[in-house]
Design a protein around this ligand. Structure first.
Ligand code: TXA
Ligand code: MG
Length: 334
């Protein structure tokens, strides 16, 4: 069956469209919808069969747990056996918003959602379409990013359709998402809390609310990190085209062109004037939030353009750029 697509106003979502999507969810179907980060591929989180369809559609390994989206902190507490003071403070400060809290799960959460593990990732999205859908469906919504496993997340409806084609029942097209990178994932089951995935909310912002947070260590801890949060698998968020990262000032993109490759180059200022046959320069903004909002759309576009190689000039190694650099590192991992 072809995917049904409904355009929805992202400020005031049309009630009939939301009711239709809620009905599909309640019947065990898959609905792709925008959040403030990326598009999610949603199913009723309490329906194990529906969630199994998410894994099938994405080709997602069964060891990778799925984030459960809820309407508010009250509904979050119905899915977790513990609600520490830190959770309340973070919810007060950042929800609705791009922060996922990992907490001990209740029995009601099906095994398939948590990949059989003892914890569940919970988040209250800020996007009005996501919020309207949660309210209308009246069930928590399990939703990973709406892309084939390990690929680039979808920040526009067309990315969802291209990646998941006919494997979903309904797509709510609310236009481009504003955030552009996935939520920050924070494990509250350890002391201190532990950053599992950097995202739009930085570790420093979290520390300002709950005190010290364990950041990710070096290579030594890589294996245990992967087990804790399989989204940390080295290759992830990757375009089909081979992507390599270079430091600012590198001439790598032009060198590759000289070898006869068609190269897409995500660069900063100045390089703009560079011209070479087969070189497609995309000028990125030097502002982390704007860069994040634009990155995946540019990677999807270069994939579609069929270039031979994508070269990305790395942004500065500073806290504000942590999430962007994390995604670029994983996208370039062999
Ligand atoms: O912004 C987002 O988080 C988007 C939107 C749709 O909400 N969702 C998203 O989901 O990026 P996904 O499945 O692509 O990434 C979820 C990440 C994965 O790295 C997964 O391993 C981790 O969160 N995760 C989910 N539940 C977890 C749990 N119980 N314990 C540890 N990590 C968990
Ligand atoms: Mg994902």
């Amino acid at each position: 069956m072809p995917t049904e697509v409904i355009q929805v106003n992202s400020v005031e979502p049309d009630a009939a469209a939301i009711a239709r999507a809620a009905a599909v969810l309640r019947q065990g179907g898959l609905v792709a919808f925008p959040t403030e980060t990326v598009y999610g591929l949603g199913a009723n989180a309490l329906d194990a069969n529906a969630v199994a369809r998410i894994f099938a559609a994405k080709g997602r390994p069964p060891i990778n747990p799925i984030i459960v989206h809820v309407t508010d902190a009250i509904q979050a507490q119905q899915l977790a056996t513990a609600w520490p003071d830190s959770a309340q403070r973070l919810a007060d400060r950042f929800w609705p918003g791009p922060l996922t809290l990992v907490l001990p799960r209740r029995e009601i959460v099906p095994d398939i959602v948590t990949a059989g593990g003892p914890t569940v990732g919970l988040r209250v999205p800020a996007h009005s379409i996501a919020r309207a859908l949660l309210a209308a469906a009246d069930v928590p919504i399990a939703a990973p990013s709406a892309n084939p496993s390990t690929g680039v997340s979808a920040t526009r409806a067309e990315h969802v359709l291209r990646g998941l084609g006919d494997r979903i029942d309904l797509l709510l097209d609310g236009g481009p998402t504003s955030g552009g990178l996935e939520s920050t994932v924070l494990d509250l089951t350890t002391t201190p809390a532990r950053l599992l995935r950097p995202g739009l909310i930085t570790a420093a912002e979290i520390e300002a609310v709950i005190g010290p947070v364990a950041r990710r260590g070096g290579q030594a801890s890589a294996e245990s990190e992967t087990l804790r949060s399989p989204g940390l698998l080295a290759r992830h968020y990757a375009p089909r085209t081979v992507l390599e990262c270079v430091e600012e000032g590198s001439n790598r993109a032009v060198e590759l062109c000289r070898l006869g490759l068609r190269v897409g180059w995500l660069a900063f200022g100045k390089t703009q004037t560079l011209q070479h046959e087969g070189l497609f320069v995309v000028l990125m903004e030097r502002d982390p939030a704007r860069y994040a909002a634009d990155l995946y759309a540019q990677l999807h576009a270069l994939d579609e353009a069929g270039v031979d190689r994508i070269v990305v000039t790395l942004p500065p190694d500073s806290e504000a750029w942590t999430a962007v650099r994390d995604r670029l590192r994983r996208a370039s991992s062999p």
